[in-house]
Design a protein around this ligand. Structure first.
Ligand code: NI
Length: 173
């Protein structure tokens, strides 16, 4: 595939598509396969440990992620219509996002999660996760619901980021 001509690229805040809710995928057709393939490529090239379809401008409930985040042996994975079916504990971690440029902030999330979805063949897939993978999965599923990690930080910190971004965008002009 000629990825040079890919129609998909990473959308960044404040792009409104990041605020929209993605639709449940009913048909895993050629477009979904191609989207997943491109998203895996974009995630690995970024590099990132996860990516949701909203982030490349598609309102489909599809996420890609590295099942071994932060490790050398990458295990890229596609999950369709992911849902959190179990949450436990609490963990605080400094998060960043490919759609929120030049920023990171501590976010509190569940420490362990169980996620249910289907793979590209429509086969049910359950993932039990803790550590960085659990954080990543919650972050990506948030994206499908139009939620960004900066929504989980204090109003003051978020305002600081908006100010910083405004300055940066102004400087670019
Ligand atoms: Ni993100």
């Amino acid at each position: 595939m000629n990825r040079q001509n890919s129609e998909w690229n990473i959308r960044t805040y404040p792009d409104t598509i990041l605020r929209a809710t993605a639709e449940k995928i009913v048909n895993i057709d050629g477009k979904i396969q191609k989207l997943a393939d491109n998203m895996l490529h974009i995630m690995l090239a970024a590099p990132g440990i996860g990516l949701a379809a909203n982030q490349v401008g598609e309102l489909e409930r599809l996420i890609v992620f590295d099942r071994n985040p932060g490790k050398d042996n990458k295990d890229p994975c596609v999950l369709i219509n992911p849902e959190i079916i179990l949450k436990e504990g609490e963990v605080k971690y400094e998060e960043a996002c490919l759609s929120v440029i030049d920023f990171s902030a501590e976010v509190v999330r569940s420490a362990q999660v169980k996620i249910r979805g289907v793979d590209l063949n429509g086969k049910p897939m359950d993932i039990e996760a803790d550590g960085l993978l659990a954080i990543c999965l919650q972050h990506e599923i948030d994206h499908l619901n139009g939620i960004l990690y900066i929504d989980h930080i204090s109003i003051l910190k978020r305002a600081l980021y908006k100010k910083k971004l405004k300055k940066k965008l102004k400087a670019k002009k």
